[in-house]
Design a protein around this ligand. Structure first.
Ligand SMILES: *Cc1c(COP(=O)(O)O)cnc(C)c1O
Length: 811
């Protein structure tokens, strides 16, 4: 552990203010919401979309007393109990500290980069090497400038090998990562099209990625992706591929029933290896792993044995609906302290149940290391769990934990046999286990089954998209997130909890009952209701939901209601109709509204807003400008008439991008949050939801046969037809029938054949390698799909039926 004094001396940082320079630092904190051990934390005021300096008071309130800043912070001015280091660049200072830390260890560090497969190769190598090595792996996909720094900070003397993932999105980033990681062994997974928008050419991207391997002794790579002449001749290359000059050569590949039988030359030996994957990406990842093991000196027999035991498991954390109204957080793929910490943070974001439980298995290396045990204990004690179930031996050292209910089972089998008595209900359960404990069996019992078709929702993408739009608005402009219509089809409290954690300012729903559901799930953010019904006044008041007021009549009725209940100053949102002609008061009614509002004290105007009808359409810019100026005139009148200020807002997603002058006090972010780029100019948006189904049956049919109802699908050639489990009852419109709809299977597009049925439809997969059970992406391109049937992405998203299970992912 380093002291503040030591850190300053080593890195030439100047203590700007000091209290106790002998304070010890064990945690690097960059987010004031994520504080575990404040006494030993050093807070870095990073400048990202949000400026970390703004969160120093919050970090201080949570007990942190050590800070690294780049700008003066008035709040710290009169504090006597802090250590403050002022530097030119906070991130760089963190990276220098981490570099120093990394240099204290002399075991091999494997640096992994490439366009795809980094996290999988890392996680697999961990599984493959763990039987005899003490391996550290960077958590989740922590591979950015910040992520790598945080990963390396966890290196310790207890390990004898580390796996660190490095990812870049812009030119110039790899140098900094290389300096920190200083890998001895390099793994280059592949080069693809991901993130290419920031690079001029594929060559430029490749050159940038290869900078990671500047000083490695050995580099593992596919010969197809990397030719010898691109790397320094003093680096030893272990290549894999199909050529006989590759040390690891894939000689032959056969696939059947989702299993691939690979004939591989490992060094001089030819081996047969069966793996439960058929897709190209997985096979390539397998080749990378074999090559690393080969270089590390494993014999072919051990390599084959371990590779065959790999499973195609989900490595991302998933949130699913569980039995007895539970929420299941499934992170059963691996178990180590760093990833446990992330999962516990996620558990606490989800407020739908007050009861939070953890089912945890033993982790690698825990029994041998007192230090690790202490860290785990601290983490558990700080995590406000009500129930803790430990699966593993040697329980003594956990007995004095400050958790009410603690139970122990020596293995997964024993736990499962007591499942009924444990009576899980109405709680959020985090399930986290090391591979060998096979916690997927617990998940199978506790999570509700999905029937072939699921909507996968990437929660990280929502956070990312929120950041993208936040970066477009000034810091003092508030952000309202639209979560109406089940968050545009993506789910209710799961998304809202994340938005609450991400500190948006307001949420908006369409109807009162959507708001009630959010309140019941622990959402405390202010909520606006767009179309409140008169018969829901009681629940508005009871759950503190703020209605949109769109007419004089509505205003009268609401005031009457509040008067009866003796309620004062209830917040309302006045809606002005500037051209949408849906709901709203006309500008000509403003005088009357002012008059009415001045003569009562039941309601108070919290905000005043209008909705732009075509903010994304350049052809309508004149009309949009007219709407904005009409609004502003009315707002000025209202403010003068009421004598107090209220929040002014007009901008929806497209206006955030195209109308900066319309940001006013707050913006209302809708479709963009869910990753749909209506304006096609935000390359960093990420797709949030993927609708996936599976192939149920495959048929070979001769030309002349017809497929589906009413014989509409006429086959003009001998065809291979796949039946998939999605139909119009799931929200896959009948308009997609007869070749209009295109789905993606194993990377290839396949068109629909015949009419769409209620629960199924058929695809033409003639000439394609498709098998029963294969995964099918229903909307490979949402924008294109919506255009194909003459609608907009909004409609496709919200039409996905509620019977389609939502599964949430978080990294
Ligand atoms: C739905 C809605 C929005 C969001 O619109 P997007 O185009 O999805 O950003 C904003 N304001 C109001 C009043 C809405 O109903």
């Amino acid at each position: 552990m380093y002291t503040i004094k030591f850190i300053c001396e080593k890195l030439n940082g100047k203590p700007l203010m000091s209290n106790d320079l002998s304070s010890k630092i064990s945690e690097l904190v960059y987010d004031s919401r994520k504080v575990n051990n404040p006494d030993e934390s050093l807070f870095f005021a990073l400048k990202a979309t949000r400026d970390g300096h703004d969160f120093i008071p919050d970090a201080y309130a949570k007990g942190i007393r050590n800070f690294v800043i780049s700008n003066p912070v008035a709040f710290l001015g009169d504090k006597k109990d802090v250590n403050v280091i002022q530097v030119h660049n906070v991130l760089q200072f963190m990276q220098e500290l981490v570099t120093y830390h990394r240099e204290q260890f002399h075991y091999p560090i494997i640096g992994i980069t490439g366009s795809n497969g980094k996290s999988i190769v890392k996680a697999w190598l961990f599984q493959l090497l763990i039987p005899e090595k003490k391996v550290y792996q960077s958590p989740k996909s922590y591979n950015s400038q910040l992520g790598v720094a945080l990963s390396l900070w966890n290196l310790g003397p207890q390990y004898d090998l580390a796996l660190i993932e490095a990812g870049i999105s812009e030119p110039g980033e790899m140098d900094a990562l290389q300096k920190m990681i200083q890998p001895n062994i390099g793994v280059f997974t592949n080069i693809g099209v991901a993130h290419s928008q920031n690079f001029e050419t594929k060559q430029q991207k490749l050159t940038e990625k290869l900078k990671l391997f500047k000083d490695v002794e050995v580099l593992v790579a596919g010969s197809e992706y990397l030719s010898k002449d691109l790397i320094d001749p003093k680096i030893k290359l272990v290549s894999w591929g199909k050529s006989d000059t590759d040390q690891i050569q894939l000689i032959q590949e056969e696939t059947f029933n989702q299993v691939s039988k690979l004939k591989i030359k490992i060094g001089e030996l030819i081996c047969i290896c069966q793996v439960p994957f058929t897709d190209r990406a997985s096979i390539e990842n397998v080749m990378s792993c074999i090559a690393v093991m080969y270089f590390l000196g494993y014999d072919a027999e051990t390599i084959v044995e371990r590779i065959q035991a790999l499973k195609p498991l989900e490595m991302r954390l998933q949130l699913k609906k569980g039995v007895n109204h539970c929420s299941i957080i499934d992170d059963s793929y691996s178990n180590d302290l760093a990833s446990l910490k992330i999962s516990l943070e996620f558990l606490h974001q989800q407020n739908q149940h007050s009861q939070k439980s953890l089912i945890l298995s033993e982790m690698e290396g825990l029994m041998e290391s007192d230090k690790l045990q202490q860290k785990l204990k601290d983490l558990l004690n700080n995590s406000q769990l009500q129930k803790f179930i430990w699966v593993g031996q040697d329980f003594e050292w956990l007995k004095d934990l400050g958790i009410n209910s603690i139970q122990q089972f020596s293995n997964t089998e024993e736990f499962l046999s007591h499942l009924t008595e444990l009576n899980f209900h109405d709680e959020s359960i985090l399930i986290k286990g090391a591979r060998k404990f096979q916690f997927e069996r617990i998940v199978q019992r506790l999570a509700l089954r999905s029937h072939g078709t699921v909507l996968e929702i990437n929660l990280n993408a929502i956070t990312n998209n929120l950041m993208v739009y936040r970066s477009l608005i000034p810091r003092n402009v508030k952000l309202m997130a639209m979560v109406k219509a089940f968050s545009y089809g993506s789910g209710s409290f799961e998304v809202a909890n994340l938005l609450q954690f991400s500190k948006v300012d307001y949420l908006t729903v369409a109807f009162a009952d959507e708001g009630v559901e959010l309140r019941t799930a622990g959402i405390t953010l202010p909520i606006m209701v767009l179309s409140p019904d008169r018969d829901t006044f009681q629940s508005l008041v009871q759950h503190n939901l703020e209605p949109e007021v769109y007419s004089m009549d509505f205003l009268e009725e609401f005031i009457d209601f509040l008067k009866e209940q003796n309620i004062k100053d209830f917040k309302i949102h006045l809606k002005l109709d500037t051209g949408m002609h849906r709901l709203g008061l006309f500008p000509s009614e403003i005088e009357a509204v002012i008059e009415r509002l001045r003569n009562q004290d039941q309601v108070r105007v919290q905000s005043f807003f209008t909705h732009l009808v075509a903010s994304g359409d350049p052809k309508q810019d004149e009309f949009t400008a007219y709407q904005i100026s009409t609004y502003q005139e009315a707002a000025a009148k209202l403010e003068a008439g009421l004598g107090y200020k209220f929040i002014q807002h007009v901008a929806n997603t497209s206006a955030i991008v195209r109308w900066p002058q319309a940001h006013l006090d707050m913006v209302r972010l809708g479709i963009g949050l869910y990753g749909v780029d209506m304006d096609k100019n935000l390359p960093n948006l990420e797709q949030v939801s993927s609708l996936k189904t599976t192939v149920t049956q495959i048929k070979e049919l001769p030309a002349g046969e017809t497929v589906g109802y009413d014989r509409k699908g006429v086959l003009h050639r001998d065809s291979k037809i796949a039946t998939v489990k999605i139909g119009y009852a799931d929200g896959y419109s009948r308009r997609f029938g007869n070749s209009v709809g295109k789905m993606q299977i194993n990377g290839n597009l396949a068109s629909t054949v015949g009419n769409i049925c209620m629960d199924m439809c058929m695809l033409d997969v003639t000439g394609q390698d498709v098998q029963v059970g294969d995964e099918v992406l229903v909307f490979p391109n949402l924008m294109q799909a919506s255009q194909d049937i003459g609608t907009i992405p909004y409609e496709l998203l919200v039409n996905i039926s509620s019977r389609v299970k939502r599964v949430y992912y978080y990294e």
